[in-house]
Design a binder for this molecule. Structure first.
Ligand code: SAM
Ligand code: DTB
Ligand code: SF4
Length: 343
């Protein structure tokens, strides 16, 4: 644990950091970022929805909730082989982590053998694995750990104070308990939230305090910008000021200096300049590939070209794999550039 890693942040302290002049905030965040990470590398993950729609929870942002009428195509738990094929494609385009998400309140006992097999088969490709399946009990967390799951994603989504206006079918405390079970089982934690749901700045600060004051910081902190989906109650909510979004990323970086902060959902509606600013503020991870779970993400070719223009390279753990990985990315980039030039 680094010297500036703390778990006792107060509202007053964080508010002061959050509201300092924008340039000072970005300078502070970038300085801390450079103490812990190579500023020109980002971790890249690809998502796959392994079970889509008909979810019993009422999360007001979510196109997969059965409580709202949206245009998504519902799908039962997909076959292990399809997951493996999708993971292979993700690896081929240069992704290093494969995240599998299910629209469940919690996995049922009968689902577990399939889910565990998915973890084992994706791992056999040499990729990192991540799952987000809703609430877990201790036994399920243990089983996932034994299968070799690297990360479990379970978001707090927003502040405890605003939470009740977004979700009524599951409590904040329940989420904290799942996170603690995941941690106890020895799986790395991926936990963050969504901005732009009509929350106040106070809520954004309180979300970050909740994350940073966990007994251990989540290894991954996804910061999602709400994707407004037709049919959900948040469909017409007002846009968040982009600078507020960047400030939140910067404060996440300052409060959780050793965590990967992921610029998550919402990139499809962000300018490239805004994404570059988020990287400068300390974001060092993205979802890569044309789809998130049910909504679009930027084309991978577009992302490769952006990374090239910014001099950013994908992160990999060891040197040998790094060489192989950079070669995969270089090849994809040549194809992407040729496509751009020809059409
Ligand atoms: N059902 C599981 C759960 O909620 O824990 C896993 C899947 S759920 C889709 C994973 C996360 O996606 C949610 O916690 C939320 O943070 C994010 N998410 C869902 N819909 C979103 C949207 N429209 N915009 C941004 N993020 C969204
Ligand atoms: C996270 O924080 N964001 C991802 C992942 N964890 C599972 C999901 C974003 C979903 C966006 C809406 C959709 O595509 O359905
Ligand atoms: Fe279900 Fe997860 Fe969507 Fe909530 S966010 S409705 S739990 S799929």
């Amino acid at each position: 644990m680094g010297t500036n890693t703390r778990h006792n942040w107060t509202y007053k302290e964080v508010e002061k950091i959050f509201n300092q002049p924008f340039n000072d905030l970005l300078f502070q965040a970038q300085g801390i970022h450079r103490e812990h990470f190579n500023p020109n590398k980002i971790q890249i993950s690809t998502l796959l929805s392994i079970k889509t729609g008909a979810c019993p929870e009422d999360c007001k942002y979510c196109p997969q909730s059965a409580h709202y009428q949206t245009d998504i195509e519902k799908e039962k738990l997909v076959a292990v082989q399809s997951v493996l094929d999708a993971a292979k494609r993700a690896k081929e385009i240069g992704s290093t982590r494969f995240c599998m998400g299910a629209a469940w309140r919690n996995p049922l006992k009968k689902d577990m053998p399939y889910v565990l097999e998915m973890v084992r088969s994706v791992k056999s490709l040499g990729m990192e694995t991540c799952m987000t399946l809703g609430r877990l009990d201790e036994e399920q967390a243990e089983q996932l750990a034994e299968a070799g799951l690297d990360y479990y994603n379970h978001n707090l989504d927003t502040s405890p104070e605003f939470y009740g206006q977004i979700i009524t079918t599951r409590t904040y405390e329940d989420r904290l308990q799942t996170i603690s079970k995941v941690r106890y089982a020895g799986i790395k934690v991926c936990c963050g939230g969504i901005l732009g749901m009509g929350e106040t700045q106070k809520d954004r600060i309180n979300l970050l305090i909740q994350l940073a004051n966990l007994p251990e910081h989540p290894e991954s902190v996804p910061i999602n910008m709400l994707v407004k989906v037709k049919g959900t109650p948040l469909e017409k909510i007002e846009d968040l000021d982009p600078f507020e979004f960047i400030r939140t990323v910067a404060v996440a970086r300052i409060l959780m200096p050793e965590s990967h902060v992921r610029l998550s959902a919402g990139r499809e509606n962000m300018s490239e300049e805004m994404q570059a600013m988020a990287f400068f503020a300390g974001a060092n991870s993205i979802f890569y590939g044309e789809k998130l779970l049910t909504t679009p993400n930027p084309q991978s070719e577009k992302d490769l070209i952006l990374m090239k223009r910014l001099g950013i390279r994908p992160e990999k753990k060891n040197d040998y794999e790094d060489e192989v990985h950079q070669a995969v990315i270089a090849e994809s980039l040549i194809i992407a550039t040729q496509k751009k030039d020809c059409c």
